[in-house]
Design a protein around this ligand. Structure first.
Ligand SMILES: NC(=O)c1ccc[n+]([C@@H]2O[C@H](COP(=O)([O-])OP(=O)(O)OC[C@H]3O[C@@H](n4cnc5c(N)ncnc54)[C@H](O)[C@@H]3O)[C@@H](O)[C@H]2O)c1
Length: 432
């Protein structure tokens, strides 16, 4: 990998893309009105003064606005991507020209990915030496787990970490359970204003967007198989149905399988779906959900994509090993030739398709998620003395505040409980 230019400490692909990055960031800001309100408050109150934030987040136009919000609060920021294929190079170039330190480009090797995270750790160390408090923002838990594995001295200075996605929260809860977690972490994913909107509406729409950009395939009339019926899988199944697909769902959880059935979807085993599906999307957070055994049963020309956090849901490693040949058909789409005439198409190398092949979620939904991130960092700093080394959830009051900011942004007023209603709802005496 060659970098055409370097700016300050940053390492990005091409600084000449900064102008296009600025336009994309401006578009995002225009659609992130709730976060703009948080930024205004941060400008007034400077709650993040003397704080250095190390981030491992998708480097997108929306993340750029989160960084500006943190900076408005007084923080200094260094960021690496949280996926080798998700960085928007023009946004990285734009950020490298600001006060942020950026390490990331689209198409990093796995070694480069980890080196970039190490560079963020290097900035955190320097910040500690310079007397800053430090915090982390993760999407997938790679940064915090790296610090726990290799840079434990930093943990004494780490006031709070935040986590964006379900898979990261699952890893953190496993760390907490085994006694390995040595700093307080806030599970931003668990905000209602995050997973009920970002995972559900965001992943639903942007996953389809990624598949269409990679393949330009017709969704209407296709047999569309979704593995996993969490908020992401549910949103995706409903989006695909909305576009006219015939949707089947696979699950391992009986409750969610039943929900999918009652929502009107076929619920089948993957071994059965493999025989008839046209498009498959995994969105489970689990490993080897689609294996070679399944792929061998699939029709020639089947399209495979993953929208779960890591590229382990489709067994791509063995798929590449067993392939007769791999052809890059167009950006984000490979034809994998198997034995005989059999082939399948793989989107985004099995990495999350909405970011590898499209731009991630629409800005408006990221505004909600990133209000959660900004307010979680503020909450962590304000409550540093009280927070134990556990996975915490933000108080409901903050979640409601985020929803209120967004309702105001789109000009919607809602009713307020009357005193009589409040009393009624808090009482148990009155029945029929
Ligand atoms: N693409 C994106 O932008 C994006 C956005 C948010 C979350 N995510 C990621 O998507 C994944 C799913 O997120 P979620 O919030 O819906 O998670 P979730 O844990 O609530 O739901 C996952 C579902 O998958 C099911 N599942 C697990 N193993 C399975 C298997 N082998 N076969 C079929 N189903 C299985 C689980 O029972 C569960 O119902 C996570 O990895 C999360 O980090 C991606």
């Amino acid at each position: 990998m060659k970098y055409s230019k370097k700016s300050g400490n940053s390492k990005v692909k091409d600084l000449s893309l900064a102008k296009s990055g600025a336009k994309n960031v401006a578009w995002a800001k225009d659609h992130m009105k709730a976060l703009a309100q948080v930024k205004k408050k941060f400008e007034r109150e400077k709650p993040l003064k003397d704080l250095f934030v190390g981030m491992a987040l998708h480097i997108t136009k929306e993340t750029a606005f989160l960084i500006e919000t943190l900076q408005a609060g007084g923080a200094k920021v260094a960021i690496a991507g949280c996926n080798p294929l998700s960085t928007q190079d023009d946004v990285a170039a734009y950020l490298a020209n600001t006060n942020a330190i950026v390490y990331g480009w689209k198409g990093e090797t796995t070694a480069e990915y980890w080196k970039n995270l190490e560079s963020v750790v290097g900035q955190l160390k320097a910040a500690v030496d310079a007397g800053f408090k430090i915090a982390t923002i993760d999407d997938g838990c790679d940064l915090v787990s790296l610090i726990h594995e290799k840079y434990t001295k930093l943990l004494d200075h780490l006031v709070v970490g935040t986590e964006e996605t379900t898979t990261g929260v699952i890893r953190l809860r496993a760390m907490e359970k085994s006694g390995a977690l040595k700093c307080p972490v806030i599970a931003v994913n668990d905000n209602k204003t995050k997973h009920l909107f970002d995972n559900y509406y965001g992943t639903g729409q942007s996953t389809i967007d990624g598949i269409i950009r990679a393949t330009s395939t017709m969704i209407a009339g296709s047999k569309f198989v979704v593995a996993g019926y969490g908020p992401c899988g549910e949103g995706l199944s409903k989006c695909a149905r909305g576009l006219g697909a015939i949707v089947s769902v696979t699950e391992v959880d009986p409750i969610r399988a039943l929900q999918a059935r009652m929502d009107g979807f076929e619920v089948v085993k993957m071994s059965e779906a493999a025989t008839y599906g046209d498009i498959f999307v995994t969105v489970t957070g689990d490993i080897n959900v689609i294996t070679l055994k399944h792929i061998k049963k699939m029709k020639t020309g089947t399209i495979l994509a993953n929208s779960g956090h890591f590229d382990v849901e489709i067994d791509v490693r063995n798929l590449y090993k067993q392939a007769k040949s791999v052809e890059q058909i167009r950006p984000g789409l490979q034809k994998i030739n198997m034995i005989g005439e059999h082939f399948i198409y793989l989107c985004g190398e099995g990495r999350l398709v909405n970011l590898a092949c499209a731009e991630g979620h629409p800005s408006v939904v990221m505004s909600l998620s990133f209000c959660g991130q900004a307010l979680a960092i503020e909450y962590g700093i304000k409550n540093a003395e009280k927070l134990e080394n556990k996975v915490h959830v933000l108080p409901g009051k903050i979640d409601n505040h985020i929803a209120t900011l967004q309702l105001e942004a789109i000009g919607i007023g809602i009713d307020k409980l009357t005193a009589e209603q409040e009393k009624y709802l808090a009482s148990w005496q009155s029945g029929t």
